[in-house]
Design a protein around this ligand. Structure first.
Ligand code: SAM
Length: 107
């Protein structure tokens, strides 16, 4: 927790990284425009490049202006349910996302 810094705007994050940062958003919804799949996301994270900031929302999700300014949108975590309902708590979504992006795989 000592590594955490609370900031009140995305601009503070950009300043902290001297402008060289990418924002990747997450959502339960597919929405419009291209999505970044997890295999490609893992590949990108292994390449040299700017730091990536993963953005998670609360309540109704991320504000549309935050999504609009993002560099990439990660594909939603899909549900095995028949009705497709996939709205997770943010802590569950964050845990699954970090594991998919950074978790070690056997073999
Ligand atoms: N209706 C909101 C949406 O579509 O994002 C749900 C908000 S949910 C309570 C809080 C956050 O968890 C979301 O903003 C998103 O960051 C993350 N989240 C929830 N379900 C997700 C899913 N299936 N895939 C990816 N992220 C998800």
């Amino acid at each position: 927790m000592r590594m955490l810094r609370v900031v009140d705007a995305l601009e503070r994050v950009i300043e902290a990284f001297d402008g060289g940062v990418e924002f990747w958003t997450t959502s339960a919804k597919v929405g419009d425009g291209p999505l970044l799949g997890y295999a490609e996301a893992q590949r990108l994270l292994e390449q040299p490049g700017p730091p990536v900031v993963l953005l998670f929302g609360t309540g109704w999700g991320l504000a549309s202006d935050v999504v609009a300014r993002a560099d990439r949108r990660l594909e939603p975590i899909h549900s095995p349910r028949e009705d497709g309902y996939n709205h997770l708590s943010v802590r569950a979504a964050a845990a699954i996302t970090f594991d998919r992006l950074l978790g070690r795989r056997a073999g």
